[in-house]
Design a protein around this ligand. Structure first.
Ligand code: GDP
Ligand code: MN
Length: 399
């Protein structure tokens, strides 16, 4: 789960990481009131969307004039912001963060995430703050520092000193060394206690009066740990999530939208991955990953089927079920039930294998629905691709 910058900064503040004084704002009138109260020398009005690159896209406005704040708020609220992270459709701005501006002397990059290779949390830091870290890594990899932390012992002072010296902070700004090392410790505590998968501060700035401030904040929380943090529910912003993914979550389905045109519904993550591979092998692209789970019921199958049918990109559906725990005739009932509720105008291929597969296939064949039934995976994949037409991504076709 991702949260907004203003929410990330609230978490930072709770963990002793310095942030500018600011407030979430939803109307120009509220912006006017808050700006008057803030009474700062510089005001920053920032669009709150779950995407970076707002600065370059015009989503971050600065003014020295308190009276201008409501107009800037008005300009941003309701606007569709397109950044290089939003995709061409962009995101509608519904909330703002209005905060006190900082006088920037230097911008640093700092993040903490799980390193998939070692399985340890790793700090990433760079003197090239304010830039995309991917860009720094591509152009000047020597400027990207990494400091893994052994989770068995936790963050240690030497981790902080390694990074501080690596960044050249003692020469650059010796007076902030202590607060930098403390900030890293606080960031580590936040990361562990809140079960984050990523915390990023870009930029972490050194101000003219030699203070460290987190000027931006991105926090991703581990979905699998959300049950431990009921308070996070209030931070969820459904406007920032794909409606089909929300519906899937509400039905306990593991669903990830992709950009192909064959909707797949499979029981079991491994089989779902294999199914996507086979669709590609047959010459097309999956429109999604959808695992209805090893113990899929008639209801979950019906919910999954409805979700696939709602996706406009889906030009054909491939249901691939192995009846191990689940029985195939129940799956068939779920498909038939969901199919009755909606008018299916696209080809559907169902491959059933395992417990009561024959019975399931028979139910589907006798349902009167336009559903192709198959037993063999490769045959089924070829069938759905033939029915929807081959469609490869350009990049794939060229390689
Ligand atoms: P992003 O573009 O979505 O990553 O948004 P950021 O929060 O990182 O803001 C983009 C840029 O705006 C920063 O890199 C800064 O250069 C600038 N900026 C943001 N807040 C301030 C501020 O308080 N003072 C000044 N001078 N610049 C700021
Ligand atoms: Mn940023």
């Amino acid at each position: 789960m991702n949260i907004h910058e203003f929410q990330a900064k609230q978490l930072f503040a709770q963990f002793g990481i310095p942030v500018p004084i600011g407030k979430e704002i939803r109307t120009p009138r509220a912006a006017e009131k808050w700006a008057a109260k803030l009474n700062a020398s510089v005001y920053v009005v920032k669009a709150q969307i779950h995407a970076g690159g707002r600065g370059k896209a015009g989503g971050v406005k600065l003014t020295k004039n308190c009276a201008e704040v409501p107009a800037l708020a008005k300009e941003l609220l309701g606007r569709n912001l397109v950044t290089h992270q939003t995709g061409p459709k962009g995101r509608k701005v519904r909330r703002l963060l209005v905060e006190e501006g900082a006088g920037i002397a230097r911008e640093l990059y700092l993040s903490l995430l799980v390193d998939r290779d070692s399985g340890w949390p790793v700090f990433i830091a760079s003197t090239e703050g304010g830039m995309e870290i991917e860009e720094v890594a591509a152009k000047a990899p020597e400027k990207v520092l990494k400091e893994p932390v052994d989770p068995a012992v936790g963050y240690q002072g030497y981790n902080g000193r390694n990074l501080a010296y690596g960044l050249g902070l003692p020469a650059l700004e010796p007076s902030i060394l202590g607060s930098f090392i403390a900030l890293l410790g606080n960031l580590y505590r936040l990361f562990m206690e809140k079960n984050a998968s990523l915390v990023e501060i870009n930029p972490l700035v050194i101000t003219h009066d030699k203070k460290l401030i987190a000027l931006d904040g991105k926090v991703s929380l581990d979905d699998n740990a959300l049950f431990k943090h009921p308070d996070f529910q209030a931070m969820r912003d459904l406007h920032e999530e794909d409606p089909l993914e929300i519906e899937a979550t509400n039905n306990n389905l593991n669903y990830v939208k992709l950009d192909g045109n064959i909707g797949c519904m499979v029981n079991g993550a491994g089989l779902a991955m294999a199914t996507m591979d086979v669709i590609k092998l047959a010459g097309s692209e999956p429109a999604n990953f959808l695992d209805v789970g090893g113990g899929a019921t008639k209801e979950t199958v019906a919910a999954g089927f409805r979700i696939l049918l709602k996706d406009r990109n889906v030009k054909g559906i491939f249901i691939n079920i192995f009846g191990g725990i689940v029985r195939c005739e129940r799956i068939a009932h779920g498909v038939i039930e969901a199919a009755k509720e909606v008018d299916i105008r696209i080809p559907v291929v169902v491959r059933l294998q395992g417990t009561n597969a024959d019975e399931g296939r028979k139910l589907l064949q006798e349902s009167g629905l336009k559903i192709e039934v198959a037993t063999d995976l490769w045959e089924a994949a070829q069938k759905i691709v033939a029915l929807t037409g081959k469609r490869r991504k350009k990049a794939d076709a060229a390689s």
